[in-house]
Design a binder for this molecule. Structure first.
Ligand code: PEP
Ligand code: MN
Length: 341
């Protein structure tokens, strides 16, 4: 962290301020005293320093971070890729490509079990399906809730596919754990629900953390840091598109987020081309782009009857379309020397 002091500080004020910074934050402070201004360099772990609190000191002209504010999610402190491995051996990260597929919402036993069988055959390693749905309108289908988790459990029993499903409230954590949920999804709308993130830091289940609609990559990594600061290191990041001015897509897939996250963090990255695009015909090209950019996995919405889906039908692939897309993704991964997890 670099601090520029206001002109005209006395030697004594500078010394006192350096002493204060060292005492308060435990960092080493180097100073360069020029004719016009004085610059301080803070060396050590500055992740816990509140930059606004420093900027508010009366001697301070400006402050700049030179080190990322996240530590546990930072590749600098953890050079090797994190690979999330489930007790059943299914992996996200570590070189292979993981396919997660399933409907936006769990609707019935026939629906979820039928889709689970088909996506498994096509090469998916995980089944997704929403039981608690974050809908813009309170009058839209809100999910089957606990019954939805029960149906996911049945689909898992039948196919062996582990389950990814969204948690919206801390009060449901025990229910999710009892229902055998394998990966807990934090949706875009809850990416900065810090109390929820802290609660998820206390458990030992993998978390799929989706990027918020209008959040930066650094904010996503800081949210991962919340979970990891509690001791839960199994975090998977999900790029699902961000809100821009472009109306032809539901969101804009930020392809650059994939190599950027992989450069700055060791956590695996999954891309959701369904919520990024909003259109089923756009899902495959975005999925192919994500793999080319280095994504560790894809999460794709699949529905047996998109026209009558209770949510997100327009962006859902049919099982046959998914089969075709999965075979193209597999061929692409192979071209990069990778295989399906
Ligand atoms: C979902 O995965 O169904 C979902 C609601 O996604 P997001 O939080 O990315 O909008
Ligand atoms: Mn959806």
């Amino acid at each position: 962290m670099i601090i520029v002091l206001k002109p005209g500080c006395t030697q004594q004020q500078i010394r006192d301020f350096c002493f204060f910074l060292h005492g308060k934050y435990g960092v080493k402070v180097n100073s360069w005293v020029g004719t016009q201004s004085t610059v301080l360099g803070l060396i050590g772990d500055t992740s816990a320093i509140d930059i606004d609190a420093v900027a508010a000191q009366k001697l301070v002209e400006s402050v700049k971070r030179v080190q990322e504010p996240y530590k546990k999610a930072n590749r600098k402190f953890h050079p090797n890729d994190t690979v999330v491995t489930l007790p059943g051996g299914q992996k996200i990260g570590g070189g292979g490509l993981t396919l997660i597929a399933g409907p936006c919402s769990v609707e019935s036993k026939e629906q979820i079990c039928g889709i689970a069988r088909e996506i498994k055959q096509a090469g998916a390693a995980f089944l997704r399906g929403g039981a608690f749905k974050p809908r813009t309108s309170p009058y839209s289908f809100q999910g089957l809730k606990a019954e939805g988790l029960e149906l996911l459990r049945e689909a898992k029993k039948e196919t062996g596919l582990p389950i990814v499903t969204e948690l919206m409230s801390e009060k449901h954590i025990d229910l999710f754990l009892e229902s055998g949920v394998d990966i807990i999804q934090v949706g875009a709308r809850n990416m900065q629900n810090f109390e929820l993130l802290k609660a998820l830091g206390k458990i030992r289940k993998p978390i799929l953390l989706k990027r918020g609609l209008s959040n930066t990559i650094e904010e996503l990594l800081m949210s991962a840091e919340y979970i990891m600061a509690g001791g839960n290191n199994q975090v998977i990041l999900c790029e699902r598109g961000i809100r821009t001015f472009e109306p032809y897509t539901r969101n804009t897939l930020d392809v650059s987020a994939i190599p950027i996250i992989k450069r700055f963090s060791h956590l695996p990255v999954v891309v959701d081309p369904s919520h990024a695009s909003g259109h089923s015909w756009l899902v495959e090209p975005l999925a192919l782009a994500a793999v080319a950019a280095g994504a560790d996995g894809l999460m794709i919405e699949v529905h047996n009857d998109p026209a009558n889906a209770l949510s997100d039908g327009a962006q859902s692939l049919t099982p046959n379309q998914f089969k075709q897309t999965a075979s193209h993704l597999k061929a692409e991964a192979q071209a990069f020397g990778r295989s399906l997890n």
